[in-house]
Write a protein that binds this ligand. Structure first.
Ligand SMILES: [Zn+2]
Length: 176
């Protein structure tokens, strides 16, 4: 689990990201979460990309198996269930803290007026994108953000069980 500041991604990590995304990763600040093998699963992305466009999704889920697992959950009936869990005041409060932490983390890498106050995934009151929520939960570590944790718990992917196509491609990087 990693929060800012991040150490810069290595050339080997950028290569893994390129393979995961099928294109070069943009605006990479650092690796925010890893597979048990050391490969990146979440990349921290600059709030403004090199071409000037605002990029709200600071914690971007890159692992293909993880993104596929989240897409499967979104296609099922998990979304309304997770949304309903916000009826619980404690869960709603934790979701709001997640939103605020997200903005703080991102703003530590630059304030971008176009996306001020906008976090990701539907936070702080709706559940819209499990990829974004899971990415944040993976970066924060378990037990911090309940909705992202719940999505990960429901998914058949886990950072503890390597299913990378090239396990250990980021060899030499100590898992955090
Ligand atoms: Zn792995």
């Amino acid at each position: 689990m990693t929060n800012p500041p991040f150490s810069p991604a290595t050339t080997a990590e950028l290569e893994v990201l390129r393979a995961q995304l099928g294109r070069p990763a943009r605006g990479v600040i650092g690796i925010a979460a890893r597979c048990v093998c050391g490969n990146p699963t979440v990349v921290a992305t600059a709030p403004r990309l090199a071409d000037g466009s605002p990029f709200p999704t600071f914690y971007y889920l890159t692992h293909p198996a993880a993104t596929a697992a989240m897409s499967r959950l979104e296609a099922g009936h998990v979304m309304p269930e997770l949304a309903a869990s916000l009826d619980d005041p404690e869960t709603a409060a934790a979701y709001r803290s997640a939103h605020e932490a997200y903005l703080r983390d991102r703003e530590s890498h630059g304030e971008v007026p176009e996306i001020a106050g906008v976090s990701a995934g539907g936070m702080p009151t709706r559940v819209k994108c499990l990829h974004a929520l899971a990415g944040h939960a993976l970066a924060a570590g378990p037990g911090v953000y309940p909705i992202g944790d719940a999505a990960l718990a429901r998914s058949d992917w886990s950072p503890e069980r390597c299913v990378c196509e090239s396990p250990g491609a980021a060899t030499g990087v100590r898992p955090t």
